[in-house]
Ligand binder design. Sequence first.
Ligand SMILES: Nc1ncnc2c1ncn2[C@@H]1O[C@H](COP(=O)(O)OP(=O)(O)O)[C@@H](O)[C@H]1O
Ligand SMILES: [Mg+2]
Length: 255
Amino acid sequence: MNELLCCPGLRVSRKGLRRIYLCDDIPVETLRSAMGTPGQLLKRSKKSTVRRVNGWVLKSTHGAAKHTLHRSRYRRHWVAAHHLQRHGVRVARPIAFVEKRLFGIILENTMVTEYLDGYRNVEVFMAALARHGAGRDTVAIFLRGLADAVNRLTGCGACHADLSGKNIFTRDGTSFVFIDLDAVELGREYTRALRLKNHIQLYDSFCDILSDTMLVPFIQRMIPEGSDPRVWLPEVRRGQTERRKRLEARRERQR
Ligand SMILES: Nc1ncnc2c1ncn2[C@@H]1O[C@H](COP(=O)(O)OP(=O)(O)O)[C@@H](O)[C@H]1O
Ligand SMILES: [Mg+2]
């Protein structure tokens, strides 16, 4: 048994075509019942459907008739969630991971996590701070906490390929929770290019609301020692302009 998939506090069970990895305190019947409930749709995309069923979020990756060689990719969310939890990085609590497979082919998988009730993503949170006329100090404290949370995430061997503010949640602006962990790779070197990509994603989340007076210290807090901010920040700004163009072109195509 892969220790990353099943460790103390977790169990694995098989039901028909399904293999279920589950926290010990969750009855398998409760999980089955949630999986059979339509709940409230949170997001549907080409690759996945995300829905809320009571206190849980179920993210199903469908049409994934990929060979088992690709299995580790589909298990990333579950494995990363446990790794991050163990390292004190806040994530939506992983409840279960269900693989539906036939002859070694994964037909569908579902990641079940705790629903972050009362939380908002940090873009929405920041917009609310601005609307309510929050002062510079309040915004600076918020951004400092966020940068520290990102540093904790990247400091424990996790690379998040989609570190947009839409994937970071907060309730109080001081503590931060990461979601969308299928974009997390463990044990991959956090290269300059990956770090830059993350900073572009984060800068893009706030640059319509905040000026560089606030954003430069934010980005600087996540730059490794020895990097020159006079080189790094122009690269972030350039990257953000390109990212925005790309996203807008994609949105246009989808209209
Ligand atoms: N644990 C959670 N608690 C509350 N909302 C969530 C949670 N997980 C996902 N969501 C909501 O569902 C949306 C889509 O989930 P996400 O995992 O980010 O999927 P995608 O890969 O399509 O971006 C998120 O942007 C968020 O609004
Ligand atoms: Mg997302």
